[in-house]
Write a protein that binds this ligand. Structure first.
Ligand SMILES: *[C@@H]1O[C@H](CO)[C@@H](O)[C@H](O)[C@H]1NC(C)=O
Length: 181
């Protein structure tokens, strides 16, 4: 008797867990749709923040491996390889628009970009606190026809779960529900 009782509960537990994993996976993937861009043209990586009370917002765009752009008022920094190609216009930044303008897009620009806003330092903390505002993926389309190779695109999509990973919990959900019937 006891065994069946616990069995039922365990099944319910696993079914719920499976469902949650499936939902989380799909939300994660939908949220990280790559921004399409064409080689040689300009791409806008969207970003906005709501706290416009900051007098001089300090914004930083990075990839996982390097700093791309930083602005503090009129001062700006452009990362190596991005000189003359990146900007977050100062007037837009004051409106809470931290979108990165990336000119003359290159295939090598493909990847995940993260935007951070410097929060006012806490009275006693020494190190500045950067808060993540936005994470966007850029995918670059090369107009000329080139043979498709599994290169940067596959590595770039780190925060999107592979469909197969989603299929496993989905299958187990089906199996568990069949068992209960
Ligand atoms: C935000 O800034 C970008 C780049 O400057 C611009 O293209 C875009 O239209 C702006 N968005 C809004 C809502 O103002």
């Amino acid at each position: 008797m006891c065994k069946t009782y616990f069995g039922e509960h365990q099944r319910l537990f696993w079914k719920t867990t499976c469902l949650c994993v499936c939902i989380l996976c799909s939300v994660n993937c939908v949220g990280s749709r790559p921004i399409p861009a064409r080689e040689g043209l300009t791409a806008i990586l969207p970003c906005k923040f709501s706290d416009t009370s900051v007098q001089t917002p300090r914004i930083r765009w990075c990839t996982d491996s390097e700093e791309v752009f930083e602005r503090k008022g009129a001062e700006l920094y452009e990362g190596p390889g991005y000189e003359g190609r990146v900007d977050v216009p100062e007037d837009e930044l004051h409106k809470g628009n931290c979108s990165l303008v990336l000119k003359n897009v290159r295939k090598s620009d493909e990847g995940i970009y993260k935007c951070y806003l410097l929060l006012r330092r806490a009275a006693r903390s020494v190190s500045p606190e950067w808060s993540l505002i936005q994470s966007v993926e850029l995918s670059v389309d090369v107009p000329k026809e080139t043979p498709k190779k599994p290169t940067a695109t596959d590595n770039a999509r780190v925060d999107c779960v592979h469909p197969l990973v989603m299929a496993v919990p989905l299958l187990s959900c089906l199996l568990f529900s069949k068992e209960t019937l």
